[in-house]
Design a protein around this ligand. Structure first.
Ligand code: NAI
Ligand code: MG
Length: 370
């Protein structure tokens, strides 16, 4: 009987994205993992030349695959985006929309899982998993500038902020945070299931329900109800501001964290900063039927093309992919090899204080795996 190989979309993107994915591919091949890899277009170049950083043909390719591995993309503020668009495309109403955000929406990748742990013996060990709700919250994309007066009137019927009504609508900008019961339930349940499957002892919901009473309040209400179905797991609640301070001072109090989109984004970068920086932070965007694995870092234009990017964030993301594909032994072995190389500390890329290249780091990991 022949088993079908997983079909993995390979989205290098911009800057160091393709560099760290090349290294990842070399390592996956060397440890004997077999898959069909399908490269596809994504990134700034396609925005400039076609008016879409995630062309339709890429979406069509993705729909034929099992999951995707994504490197990084460059994105720039709206004014720069318009300026760099090919002359023939200008004034045709194209607006830039982040391809990774588009992917999360298109494939309903509602859970963004970001583990952060220390690999070397720094004074305070950290081992947390931040799970960020990926579809709603502050990043839902419900924004407006100018803000139509009718919208203000609907949002503030009691005129709590009367001065807004006198302003020029183009001087008023609004971004709406949205929360639904269904999305809160789905993310919190996913987190408890994850904690249970990994044998983790505690889940902390990070919110700010004392101020964001509507959205935060709904999340707290739902999380408490879900938590009551998992009595073996300790459930805690923390405010986002206090949680940031405590994560730095007493990281051992955290285990698995669940948070809304914006709070989760900030917390996961904070956790990454505590554990070795962008070169070591992996992530997975998971839905019910599809997943995209990506290092947390961006395209790093300051080091792109120099061959010195740390491939570990991408490689650790690949271990999450191997787990998701149920190649658990291989995932564990690769994680162990990365850990050995980082603990030894003789071969390190510049971000970790060494002078090794991306390729040398990958070779060291291959040697440690065999
Ligand atoms: P960045 O993550 O690209 O870089 C921040 C700093 O970390 C830089 O000094 C960079 O050299 C370093 N760094 C990042 N990854 C590294 C690696 N693997 N090895 C060694 N050093 C590494 O974030 P930044 O500078 O804010 O953004 C640069 C571009 O990336 C922007 O266009 C931004 O929009 C985009 N970006 C894309 C993301 C994605 O594709 N998911 C996420 C974050 C930013
Ligand atoms: Mg971020």
């Amino acid at each position: 009987m022949t088993t079908r190989l997983p079909r993995i979309a390979w989205l290098g993107g911009d800057g160091i994205g393709p560099e760290v994915l090349d290294a990842t591919r070399t390592v996956l091949d060397a440890i004997g993992f077999r898959a069909e890899y399908i490269p596809a277009d994504i990134g700034w170049k396609f925005w400039c030349e076609e008016g879409n950083p995630l062309p339709q043909r890429t979406l069509e390719v993705l729909r034929t695959t099992t999951c995707a591995m994504f490197g990084a993309i460059t994105s720039k503020p709206a004014t720069d985006a318009t300026r760099e668009l090919a002359p023939a495309l200008r004034e045709r109403g194209f607006t830039y929309s982040s391809p990774i955000v588009q992917l999360r929406r298109q494939f309903n990748l509602y859970a963004n899982i970001r583990p952060a742990r220390t690999f070397t013996s720094i004074p305070t060990p950290v081992d947390v998993i931040v799970v960020r709700e990926n579809t709603e919250g502050m990043y839902a994309g419900l924004e407006s500038r100018p803000t139509p007066p009718a919208l203000l009137a609907a949002l503030d019927p009691q005129r709590k902020l009367p001065h807004l009504r006198e302003m020029d609508p183009s001087d008023v900008a609004i971004s709406v945070r949205i929360s639904t019961r269904a999305a809160c339930e789905r993310i919190v349940t996913r987190v408890f299931e994850l904690a249970q499957s990994l044998g983790r002892r505690r889940v902390t919901l990070v919110e700010k329900a004392n101020v964001l009473r509507a959205t935060g309040g709904l999340m707290v209400e739902v999380a408490r109800a879900v938590a009551s179905r998992y009595p073996a797991i300790d459930f805690r609640e923390a405010h986002i501001d206090t949680a940031c301070m405590d994560l730095v001072r007493r990281p051992g109090e955290f285990d698995v964290i669940v948070a809304e989109n914006l709070f989760g984004d900030i917390l996961s970068d904070l956790a990454a900063g505590l554990t070795g920086g962008p070169g070591l932070a992996p992530s997975a965007n998971i839905g019910d039927n599809y997943a995209v694995f990506e290092p947390v870092h961006g395209s790093a234009p300051d080091i792109a093309g120099k061959g010195i990017a740390n491939p570990c964030a991408a490689l650790l993301s690949a271990t999450m992919m191997l787990d998701w594909l149920d190649h658990r032994e291989r995932a564990t072995a690769l994680r162990a090899a990365i850990t050995r190389v980082l603990e030894q500390g003789t071969i390190k890329t510049p971000d970790l204080g060494g002078n090794a290249t991306t390729k040398q780091m990958a070779s060291a990991i291959i040697a440690a795996a065999n």
